[in-house]
Design a protein around this ligand. Structure first.
Ligand code: PMP
Length: 366
């Protein structure tokens, strides 16, 4: 049996290996492994979310809510937008990207993504017959190469993905640049991925009131501590949201995810604390790593940072292997388009884990 041509030609997305696999491969205790590879919240979920899940568990024989009004209002309030400008996804922000593609992409359309950036845009959009056109981040100057975006636009361009802060560089894109691109290209959807915006304390959500071609992607997987519950949301003008609701999977947000999300947004103390601790950890890691010779440490506005390791004598995969043998998982960035084999990305951790990581890292480099 043959699959669709696009599927026949596709490679599977390869996610990072699980803690269980790593523990068994390297003879480590699962609880001793330090995860610096996936940009998660290392302090655990909100206690209020955990309690709400416990209470809800007896209702999981029933279908989830399909209307989600209460959660929509909570997100609208958190984001400072109207209820009608919110859409929620049940497989995280990744579902939002998928619904965007289903809503706006026709076979043969083009989308622009400056490299390096989040690789999943391309993985999803290709499934709908869209073609990636690559612009670039200027890694020497650590900023978006805006000209490369303008030079990539053709009559077939349907979307431009701009991640801010960008994964993996941790860099913000100036609001004026975003406005300029949106204003000059009213027929192209400008997708601003704010998965990590809380750590930068900057948002572009106000632009959705002025530009009906701007879409903001957000997630609960990062500072909000719910990566395992798979909740994302999008913010845009009412027209876009209404189109997307027509085809969004109706029951993709489970009952447990629904209550976890609601109670996390209501736990303001948890959110503030997670941001504060995240920024402290980032500062600590940046300061300590900057003292080590041979590393190019990118200043980050996110919960991770990119490190160039060319002068250490290791490739990223060699270094990641040496670290994982010692119980530390970092992201080997070799598979990121736009980066060569000399980059790793690490995410924030508890201060205790940060210290352990720095010591092990120095030991490996020496
Ligand atoms: N956007 C960016 C930039 C990301 O890094 C991620 C997750 N790594 C996502 C979107 C997707 O997040 P999720 O599906 O977990 O909500």
């Amino acid at each position: 049996m043959k699959a669709r041509k696009i599927v026949e030609e596709m490679d599977s997305y390869v996610p990072g290996r699980s803690q269980d696999e790593i523990a068994s491969d390297f003879n480590l205790k699962k609880e001793d492994i330090i995860k610096l590879g996936s940009n998660e919240n290392p302090w655990g979920p909100s206690p209020k979310a955990m309690k709400a899940i416990e209470d809800e568990i007896k209702s999981i024989n029933r279908y989830p809510e399909s209307q989600l009004h209460e959660l929509v209002s909570e997100i609208a309030e958190y984001s400072g937008v109207k209820d009608s400008q919110v859409i929620i996804g049940g497989d995280g922000a990744d579902e939002i990207i998928d619904v965007l593609a289903k809503t706006f992409i026709d076979d043969g359309d083009e989308f622009i993504v400056p490299l390096p950036s989040y690789m999943y845009y391309e993985y999803l959009l290709k499934q709908y017959g869209a073609k990636p056109v690559y612009a670039k981040w200027d890694l020497d100057e650590n900023k978006l190469d805006v000209e490369s975006i303008y030079n990539s636009i053709t009559s077939k361009t349907r979307m431009i993905f701009l991640c801010s802060p960008n994964n993996p560089t941790g860099t913000l894109i100036d609001k004026e640049i975003l406005i300029d691109i949106a204003r000059k290209n009213p027929d192209i959807l400008i997708i601003i991925d704010e998965a990590y915006f809380e750590y930068s304390e900057v948002t572009n959500k106000d632009l959705i009131n002025e530009y009906d071609n701007i879409f903001i992607i957000r997630t609960m997987s990062k500072v909000l501590g719910l990566a395992g519950m798979r909740i994302g949301y999008g913010l845009a003008c009412e027209e876009i949201i209404e189109y997307m609701h027509r085809i969004k999977p109706v029951f993709s947000l489970t009952r447990l995810s629904f209550v976890a999300a609601l109670n996390t947004f209501r736990d303001k103390e948890y959110i503030e604390d997670s941001i504060k601790k995240g920024i402290e950890s980032r500062q600590y890691l940046h300061d300590e790593l900057s003292k080590i010779d041979g590393l190019k440490v990118f200043p980050s506005k996110s919960n991770f940072m990119l490190i160039g390791i060319k002068d250490t004598g290791f490739t990223a995969s060699q270094l990641a292997l040496e670290l994982v043998k010692r119980g530390i998982i970092v992201r080997d960035c070799t598979s990121f388009k736009g980066l060569d084999e000399y980059w790793i990305r690490i995410s924030i951790c508890t201060l205790e884990e940060d210290k352990k990581f720095i010591n092990v890292f120095k030991e490996v480099l020496n």
